[in-house]
Design a protein around this ligand. Structure first.
Ligand SMILES: *[C@@H]1O[C@H](CO)[C@@H](O)[C@H](O)[C@H]1NC(C)=O
Ligand SMILES: *[C@@H]1O[C@H](CO)[C@@H](O)[C@H](O)[C@H]1NC(C)=O
Ligand SMILES: *[C@@H]1O[C@H](CO)[C@@H](O)[C@H](O)[C@H]1NC(C)=O
Ligand SMILES: *[C@@H]1O[C@H](CO)[C@@H](O)[C@H](O)[C@H]1NC(C)=O
Ligand SMILES: *[C@@H]1O[C@H](CO)[C@@H](O)[C@H](O)[C@H]1NC(C)=O
Ligand SMILES: *[C@@H]1O[C@H](CO)[C@@H](O)[C@H](O)[C@H]1NC(C)=O
Length: 325
C-alpha cells in the first residue's frame, strides 16, 4: 500500500506530471468554453429529447420485460450469473454515490482519485451533501493483485468486486454489477443521485461550482427517473475494420437511442433499480455506455438531460505508468 502511495507521490512531483496537467487544464478550459450553447436551454433540450425518445420507443419491439425480478436468470437472453466477491459498506444516509469503473490492477489510479478530485471529504464540503465513493472491478487470477486488493478494501472499504473476469469486453457486466448493487438493500437504494465515472476521469476544480449547481438542480426537482450526461452521437459504426464496429446482428436499427458517454454520466438510483431486470432480456453489447442507454430507452418517463458541460478529460492514463505486478 505504502509502495503504491510513494509511486503516486513520485508521479505527482515529476515535471512530466506538471506538464501534462497544464495541457489537461488548458484542454478542460477549452472544452468548457466551447461546449456552452447559451441559446438552447436545458428545458428546450429536454423537450427535444423526449420527442426523440418517443421515436426510439417505437423502435423497441423487442422490449417486453416488465417483471422486476433481477434474480431470475431462467430463459434470459443475457444471463448474469456473477456474484459479488467484495462489497463496500452499505449506504447509511448518503445522498450522492460516485461509482468508478476501475480495472482491478489500477491501484494507482484509485489512489490518485481518492486523494484528488474524488476525495470524499472535499466533495462533501463542496456539494454540501453526504457522498459515497465506490470503485467497481472484476476478477483476476493474479494472486498478487488479489492480495493487494484485499488490503485496499480493508483500508478504504470502497471496493465492489464481482466474479466475472476483469476485461475491457466485460465492461457491461461491470455496469450491471453496480446497477444491481446500488439498488439492492446492501447498496444505496435511498440515495438521490448516482454519478458514474471511469478511473481515467479527471474533473478540474474550475468545474466544481458548475458541477455542484447541476447536482443540486437535479436533486431539487425530485424526479424519479433522471439520466444525464454528454451525448456524443447516436450513430452506429458499421465499418467492419473499426475497433468500434457493431454488426447488424447485434444492433439491427439505424441509430442508437440517446446514450451518454461512459466517462461521466448521472442517473437516479430509482432509475438504476429498473435496469438490471431489463438487462436480462437485452442482448449483451460490450460498449457499456451504449448498453446503459439502450436499457434506459426501454423505460417510459425518463428525464433525459444532455449536459455537455460534465466536462471531464481522460487524464490519468497519460500520467501514470501502467501498473506492473
Ligand atoms: C424471481 O425469480 C426466482 C428464480 O427464478 C423465483 O424463485 C422467484 O419466485 C421470482 N420472484 C418473483 C417475485 O417473481
Ligand atoms: C453547492 O451548492 C449548495 C446548494 O446550492 C450550496 O449550499 C453550497 O455552498 C455550494 N458549494 C459551493 C462550494 O459553492
Ligand atoms: C489468467 O488469466 C489470463 C487472462 O484472463 C489467462 O490468459 C491466463 O491463462 C490465466 N492464468 C491462469 C494460471 O489461469
Ligand atoms: C468475461 O467474464 C467471463 C466470466 O468470468 C469470462 O468467461 C470471459 O472470458 C470474460 N471475457 C473476456 C473478454 O475476458
Ligand atoms: C430506505 O428507506 C426506507 C424507507 O424510508 C427504509 O425502510 C429502508 O430501511 C431504507 N433502506 C436503506 C438500505 O437505507
Ligand atoms: C466488410 O465489409 C465489406 C463491405 O461492406 C465486405 O465486402 C467485407 O467482406 C467485410 N469484411 C469482413 C471481414 O466481414
Amino acid at each position: 500500500m505504502s509502495n503504491v502511495w510513494r509511486r503516486v507521490c513520485r508521479s505527482i512531483r515529476s515535471s512530466k506530471f506538471q506538464v501534462v496537467s497544464i495541457i489537461i487544464i488548458c484542454f478542460v478550459i477549452l472544452l468548457y468554453t466551447t461546449n456552452d450553447s447559451p441559446t438552447e436551454t436545458s428545458e428546450d433540450l429536454r423537450i427535444k429529447i423526449n420527442k426523440r425518445q418517443q421515436q426510439n420507443q417505437q423502435l423497441f419491439t423487442r422490449s417486453k420485460t416488465t417483471k422486476n425480478n433481477i434474480t431470475s436468470n431462467a430463459k434470459s437472453i443475457n444471463p448474469y450469473p456473477f456474484r459479488v466477491v467484495i462489497a463496500p459498506k452499505p449506504c447509511t444516509n448518503e445522498d450522492v454515490v460516485f461509482i468508478v469503473h476501475s480495472a482491478v490492477q489500477y491501484f494507482d489510479r484509485r489512489m490518485l482519485m481518492r486523494y484528488t478530485w474524488l476525495n470524499k471529504n472535499n466533495l462533501q464540503k463542496t456539494l454540501a451533501l453526504k457522498v459515497k465513493i465506490v470503485f467497481v472491478t472484476g476478477m483476476t487470477n493474479n494472486t498478487n493483485v488479489l492480495t493487494k486488493l484485499s488490503y485496499e478494501q480493508e483500508f478504504y472499504q470502497d471496493i465492489l468486486q464481482s466474479d466475472f473476469t476483469d476485461a475491457y469486453l466485460n465492461n457491461t457486466y461491470k455496469a450491471i454489477s453496480f446497477l444491481r448493487w446500488v439498488s439492492s438493500k446492501q447498496g444505496c437504494p435511498n440515495a438521490s443521485l448516482i454519478v458514474k465515472v471511469d478511473d481515467d476521469a479527471l474533473m478540474h476544480s474550475v468545474q466544481l461550482p458548475r458541477f455542484n449547481e447541476t447536482v443540486h438542480q437535479i436533486l431539487n426537482k425530485h424526479r424519479e427517473n433522471v439520466y444525464m450526461g454528454k451525448l456524443i452521437s447516436t450513430h452506429v459504426n458499421r465499418d467492419n475494420s473499426s475497433k468500434w464496429f457493431v454488426s447488424y446482428e447485434l444492433w439491427p436499427y439505424k441509430r442508437y437511442p440517446i446514450w451518454f458517454q461512459g466517462l461521466a454520466y448521472m442517473m437516479t438510483p430509482k432509475l438504476a433499480a429498473k435496469l438490471p431486470s431489463l438487462a436480462l432480456n437485452t442482448a449483451y453489447m460490450f460498449t457499456d455506455d451504449v448498453y446503459v442507454g439502450v436499457l434506459v430507452s426501454k423505460i417510459k418517463d425518463v428525464d433525459l438531460i444532455i449536459d455537455n458541460s460534465i466536462v471531464l478529460s481522460q487524464g490519468w492514463c497519460s500520467v501514470l505508468p501502467r501498473a506492473q505486478y
